[in-house]
Design a protein around this ligand. Structure first.
Ligand code: NDP
Ligand code: 8X3
Length: 252
């Protein structure tokens, strides 16, 4: 029987690559994000290429009531969610803490931490009702280490790391698996968003070494969710070969 996966932030990068990977492997998909035009385009492409069903939800994960409504109003045939990929997230700015933009801090914490919590609460209750499920949280090397000027983004990903462990404990009796994937540098729209559209500054982040691709992370996510039901990957930290840790990169 085909399974259903719900992916937050499927309009770009890792979320989009994961949607394609899972559809290739027969998953029906609930794809969410704020940019509905991109999601609709992806939905059309996926349905044509892989003959799976796709349910698009235009959703800002920061909007608590919108998250509640989206999952309360899911059609019956979409409620049996097997896998949740909590991927929606972003970084804004790279400044010392005394110079940080407090609106950017709010956006990062509201998206990466509170948004993940809202979606998890709604979807885990559906999973509990169904008696099964697997939640995959996108953490980061920034949730394992702290780098200069990464302050609030790093804190938000440390929170994801901690919440992953908390979910694993709280959802244990419901048979729900919980995995965190912690990537190093992945070349997506991440740095364009962080630097607010400054493409040159974003490109410089990945200059002189081979960064991970969104598809590398999608492959790892698919691996984690494909294992037998008695096996759980607690976490995977995945780095470019040229990146030893947050601050140590071999650039040519
Ligand atoms: P992208 O910028 O390419 O994609 C981010 C996705 O998140 C988009 O689909 C965006 O959709 C969605 N998103 C952002 N804010 C919201 C929101 N408020 N509500 C709903 N969706 C939202 O970045 P990545 O693919 O690289 O990032 C995906 C995840 O991976 C993030 O959690 C990021 O922190 C994490 N990560 C990324 C790394 C990297 O180096 N790229 C490394 C480690 C972790 P839309 O704008 O349409 O809403
Ligand atoms: C994204 C990777 O190193 O910019 O989470 O924090 S990093």
């Amino acid at each position: 029987m085909s399974k259903i996966a719900c992916i937050t932030g499927a309009s770009a990068g890792i979320g989009k690559a994961t949607a394609i990977k899972l559809a290739q492997n027969g998953y029906h998909l609930i794809i969410t994000g704020r940019r509905a035009d991109r999601l609709k385009q992806l939905s059309t492409q996926i349905q044509k290429d892989f003959k799976v069903d796709v349910w698009v939800i235009e959703l800002d994960v920061r909007d608590k009531q919108a998250v509640i409504n989206a999952f309360e109003n899911l059609p019956l045939n979409w409620q049996n969610i097997d896998v949740l990929i909590n991927n929606a997230g972003l970084s804004l700015g790279l400044d010392p803490i005394n110079e940080g933009n407090t609106n950017d801090w709010d956006t990062m914490l509201d998206t990466n931490v509170k948004g993940l919590l809202y979606v998890t609460k709604s979807v885990s209750n559906l999973m509990i009702a169904n008696g099964k499920g697997h939640i995959v949280n996108l953490g980061s090397i920034a949730g394992k280490e702290t780098y200069a000027n990464g302050n609030v983004y790093c804190a938000s990903k440390h929170a994801v790391d901690s919440l992953t462990k908390a979910m694993r404990i709280d959802l244990l009796t419901h048979g729900i698996r919980v995995t965190a994937v912690h990537p190093g540098a992945v070349e997506t729209e991440f740095s364009v968003v962080r630097f607010k559209g400054d493409e040159d500054r974003a490109k410089a982040v990945y200059k002189g070494f081979e960064a991970l691709k969104a598809e590398d992370i999608a492959d790892a996510i698919y691996y984690a969710i494909s294992l037998p039901a008695h096996v759980n990957i607690n976490e995977l930290t995945i780095m470019p070969t040229a990146q030893a840790n947050s601050g140590t990169l071999l650039r040519k």
